[in-house]
Design a binder for this molecule. Structure first.
Ligand SMILES: [Zn+2]
Length: 330
């Protein structure tokens, strides 16, 4: 069942686990994510980047996600816009029926140049004012992540300033805040060891105690998944992700949503490469997309368990628009 993102964030926050947020670009990915959620009884964010929206010609992906939510009425699903870069794309997503949007005002509309605190605040407030009357939740971002994915990212890390976080959420009635604590988009997050700024996260949480926090760029890029890609002709040397233990250390400090995209991409690629290597004579797309779907499902399930979301799908009845709106009365 499709639900406002805020329901999932607040439930996770109150129960000290994190909802997994997984990116999708096509039917097999959406099926893998919803199957993983159904099998583990987990709430889930299925998220769509601007690039994915465009790739799916705006409406295809939305309809596939609606099909998933319909197939599993017992699983609360938030359909989320990942890294919205302005009010226009947010309006488009809300028109399409998204129940949660991210406005990434940490970067300008090209996704490359950092915006000032004031500029970020202004665009975020405009999005909140627009989205909440539709019952749609808003995630903002303060500070910038490393790495570049789907052409989003300045390539530099600016760890979130706790002082600014306090000021930001005081002025913008967001439902969650993505913080930069050293994570990074993509498969090459760290040169050496993964070290997150847990002290910064803990201070942010202490100072904005009621705000669900979000970790982006939190794929773990497991060696075994990368090894499979490389074993079957891939070339991904020196990958490095965020260790699960580091994420698990962060979750008790207000982290209610953890974004994972890269792990799924690698799992899919490994499965398809393996299939082609072992069955060079095959050419039916279903034959290689089905194992790719299974590989993604396995990763998603594992993450749901590791983030504590498994078994935590809250029981929710179908909400009216008025009920959805009420979530945002402060
Ligand atoms: Zn992100």
């Amino acid at each position: 069942m499709l639900v406002p993102g805020k329901i999932l964030l607040d439930h996770a926050f109150a129960n000290h686990y994190a909802v997994g947020a997984f990116n999708a670009n096509n039917m097999e990915q959406v099926q893998a994510i919803i199957d993983a959620a159904a099998e583990t009884q987990s709430p889930v964010f299925i998220q769509v980047s601007r690039g994915a929206l465009k790739y799916s010609r705006m409406t295809y992906l939305r309809n596939i996600i609606l099909a998933a939510a319909e197939e599993h009425p017992e699983i609360p699903v938030a359909m989320h816009l990942d890294h919205g870069n302005g009010l226009e794309i947010v309006k488009t997503a809300i028109d399409l029926g998204f129940t949660s949007v991210m406005i990434d005002g940490s970067l300008d509309e090209t996704g490359k140049i950092p915006l000032s605190f004031e500029e970020n605040l202004a665009v975020t407030k405009a999005v909140v004012d627009y989205a909440h009357p539709f019952g749609v939740s808003v995630e903002a971002e303060l500070g910038t992540l490393g790495g570049i994915e789907d052409e989003v990212g300045s390539g530099q890390i600016h760890v979130t300033d706790p002082e600014q976080a306090v000021e930001f959420v005081k002025q913008a009635a967001v439902d969650s805040l993505a913080v930069a604590i050293g994570t990074s988009h993509g498969a090459f997050k760290f040169k050496e060891k993964c070290v997150l700024a847990h002290d910064v996260l803990e201070e942010i949480h202490r100072r904005i105690l009621d705000m669900p926090l979000v970790m982006h760029g939190s794929s773990s890029v497991p060696d075994d998944l990368v090894a499979l890609v490389n074993q079957y002709g891939g070339k991904m040397p020196n990958t490095k992700g965020v260790e699960i233990a580091q994420i698990q250390q962060a979750i008790p400090h207000g982290v209610a949503k953890v974004n994972v995209d890269t792990d799924g991409r690698i799992a899919i690629t490994g499965a398809i490469r393996q299939f082609f290597a072992e069955h060079p004579e095959k050419f039916d797309p279903r034959e290689y997309l089905a194992p790719a779907r299974d590989a993604l499902k396995n990763v998603v399930q594992l993450r749901m368990q590791q983030f504590g979301a498994a078994g935590n799908a809250p029981k929710i009845h179908q909400l009216t628009l008025n009920e959805s709106k009420k979530f945002y009365d402060r």
